[in-house]
Design a protein around this ligand. Sequence first.
Ligand SMILES: [Zn+2]
Length: 740
Amino acid sequence: MKGLDVSVVQPDVIRDVVDQIWARMQDTAKDAVAGDHAQSDFRLVQPRSIGWCKVEVDLRVRRPSLRGRGFMNRKIVEDHMDGLAPHPSRLCCPSCGSHLERLAASWKCTSCKLQFSTPFGILCLAEHPSDDWGEFGEQRTRELLEDCERVSWQHGLERALCTFSDPLALLEYAVSPGRAGWWPLLNLQRSWRVLEIGSGWGAITFSLAPMVASVVACDLNLERLRFIKARALQDGVSNVQLLCWGGTSRLPFGDQEFDLVILNGVLEEAPLLGAGSPLANQRVLLREAARILAPEGQLLLAGHNRWSWRSVKSSRGYRRSFWGYKRLLRSAGFASRQAIIPLPNFQSFSAIVDPARKQMAEHFLAERGFSRCETLQLKVKSSLAPLLASSFGWIANRGRHQTSFLELLGSHAARMLSREVDTPIEYKKYRVTLRELITLELRVGTESQSVMVKIPLSAYSNLRTTLEYQSLSSLQGLLVSSAGWPEIPKPLTQGTFNKVPYFVQEALPGFSGARFLRHGPRAAAWKQLATDFIARLHLATQTPVNLDEATWNKAVMPHLDAGLRSTEQCTGVKAAHIRDYLLQELVGHSWPFVFSHGDYTPGNLLFDRKGLRLLGVIDWDRALLHSLPLIDLLHVLLSGRAQVEQARLSDLYGKALLEGLDKEDRQLVDSYFHRMGFSVSFSQLRAFLLIAWLFRVSMWVSPRESPWYGKLVWLQSNVEPSELWLKQLFGQLVHGHQNR
Ligand SMILES: [Zn+2]
């Protein structure tokens, strides 16, 4: 856990606590601790529990390792934090441009003597902070902030989002690290000082903070800054500074104070903030951004395309075209400018196309269902991409073009793979998946090996990607000849580059199974192929296990536990009941334990263009080395059905549990049994179905997912009255038992 920067707290606030610790230490080690504690270092540690801050004191005395601890009320600390930690940048008066100095509870201009207040400990340079309550409206925003500050920011957000019809979109906007998924295209350095103008709820701020020296989050909306502050305090993020400010004429910073300035969707609003013409205001804002950037600094600018066919009907407002942005940036003093196209748009994207790399646009279009396009058509379309894209990102440099982190990582990974110095690299795809992971497809070396580089954007996705790499490695060891398994990606190398973890594995060709589900004849084909593959894998990895209670507790229970507890909470059906029922059905028999994919869904299967050949199975991050058979198969059949019928997965599990499997699925399950050489009774099949569902639930609520994100997804798609079937099932079982 990181320490809070103690310098942001006024010293007299913690002096009492430090004095107490000091006295206690003197009591316990009288001889050793002689000296003045004015020389000591203080550190505030923010624990996860609510209400208290830990103060750690390092004393530079005769024994340098002496350390004391005390506690103080977090509220007191928060009330005395001014939010803006001291940082290298000099703040300037927005009115006259002279330096600002800090007083006890406010800031003052050294020249014109204007004073600026610090409401909620946030320096406010704005004459009128925005009273736009935005997404949540006034009442709910107040409650949200209260919850955030009183309990936790996750809790506050979750409660506020519960009432939204599409909470995920809003959640993604507010906190997804994927929203900063463009950062590898910059020349990001650990020493960078970053300014984000229009930081909103801080998704980008928090994504970048761990990778740079400092981030100044600047917004006209004081409420959102309060949210950022609560989140920073609770997560122990000590290098984020807050500033309430908005305007165009003069950015309140000295020259060359930053290495990166982010204007994400802000340029379109700039015309409303200044006095001049819209275009003039935009130009002034960009010139100011150039002024406060270091000579090697970079600007990330994102906004809508004026001429996108999507924006024709809606107001074009102050949007610019590809050439419009380019001209603006040049005239503002940015010597080199590179466009990127985030898709579907800059606010929420799952892919980034670099129009300068024509192959990238072609790969993207070819995959997007322009598959029947002739090569020539593809080429034309990909060169038109810059003109028709719905929005752009721009990476502009004050000086010459800079090599991006991605290019450096690409060459590094290529060297690791081919052991040659100048390995040619072709960039194929750049994706931001699951809101937390960047995947990059490269073609490396003279033999054109296709590889997938994964860069996790959060601790959770780092854990999942690590697990996937481990699973693929053990799978490779488990299968006698991995050459016979072209469908399974081979792990190639992993490491860290500039302290950023990365993973490289073989990239498999093919199209996601999701696109074949709705095509009648092909639908049957994909199911058969999915069944064949999983039967083959399970057959190759099986070991017979006589399932007793000890094995159950060791091999099965840990993967059900979270789901059972959560189910009990939501439905009232006792976890112990479900467990006993499952034990009764399955324990005492011999089952072939297998290597299980763990998330075997149509979306994770890759097929050829016609959907007639299975080319790959991806996303092994939830794989289990030693697990019950059949679960993977049941899951792929039911989740495929859920997509075709637009039904809730949970309902389909419930239906199958109460009424048995559909005839077509039953045949596939039978063919699986035939190949594996075992079968189950109807009541045992029910137990397997229930386990498959509980695996799924456990997966969502387990700490492998971002805990709050996973839970929300799960709540949205699985709970509510749906688990009636669970109550019904257990009603039946109890009833049947009584009748016996
Ligand atoms: Zn002034």
